[in-house]
Design a protein around this ligand. Structure first.
Ligand code: ADP
Length: 200
């Protein structure tokens, strides 16, 4: 199939879309254990960005695992496929001119590296939400740690499946040390310049 797929040269470029939106597009990739705070911070950041007139969109488990990726399990192969598809969607949204806030455990280094490659290293910001597992388990937002401990959920990251922590994440946050508002400030100050149009 693939050899017969020929790319069409569409005329509107990402640069033009960025001009029309008034800011560069970017992919912010939140990674961390379940309950570390990825969705909470992504949500607070989106509220902040939209209030300032930026165009942002969150990709997270709720809108992806239940739809596009509803046929995928949590086996190692399916986790990789899950992240690959999300990366491709993030890349399309990036091309559409958006600030993409992607919030998934994404436990494997090679999968995250692949997204950076697809989107371009300079457009990919890894945000490591490095909350200690003891705190994530104490929060147990969705009751999943308790189920994993009882063996009701298999392949649960941090308990019965590995989490490969980023070594050089551009942004690293421990939510036991920062309020949600601080997390938003830390991230926005790290990306503010990158959002400026080249002619600003
Ligand atoms: P994840 O998306 O990583 O699975 P969630 O955002 O769903 O995690 O859950 C994180 C939980 O931690 C939420 O209940 C949130 O209110 C709480 N929390 C407490 N302090 C913080 C903080 N500083 N940043 C983010 N979340 C926090």
């Amino acid at each position: 199939m693939e050899e017969n797929v020929v790319k069409h040269a569409f005329e509107v470029t990402r640069a033009e879309r960025n001009q029309s939106f008034g800011h560069q597009s970017l992919v912010l990739w939140f990674t961390g254990l379940s309950g570390s705070g990825k969705s909470t911070i992504a949500n607070a950041l989106e509220v902040f960005l939209v209030a300032k007139g930026y165009h942002a969109y969150i990709l997270d488990g709720d809108n992806v695992r239940k739809g596009l990726n509803s046929n995928l399990s949590f086996s190692p192969e399916d986790r990789t496929e899950n992240i690959r598809r999300i990366g491709e969607v993030a890349n399309l949204m990036f091309d559409a001119g958006l600030i993409v806030l992607s919030a998934f455990v994404s436990p494997y280094k090679k999968d995250r590296a692949k997204i950076a490659e697809i989107v371009g290293e300079e457009n990919f910001i890894e945000v490591f939400v490095n909350t200690p597992i003891e705190e994530c388990e104490r929060r147990d937002v969705k009751g999943l740690y308790a189920k994993a401990r009882q063996g009701e959920i298999l392949n649960f990251t941090g308990i019965s499946a590995p989490y490969e922590a980023p070594v050089n994440a551009l942004i690293e946050i421990d939510t036991t040390q920062q309020t949600i508002e601080n997390c938003v400030e830390i991230i926005f100050s790290a990306i503010e310049n990158k959002l400026k149009l080249n002619n600003e």
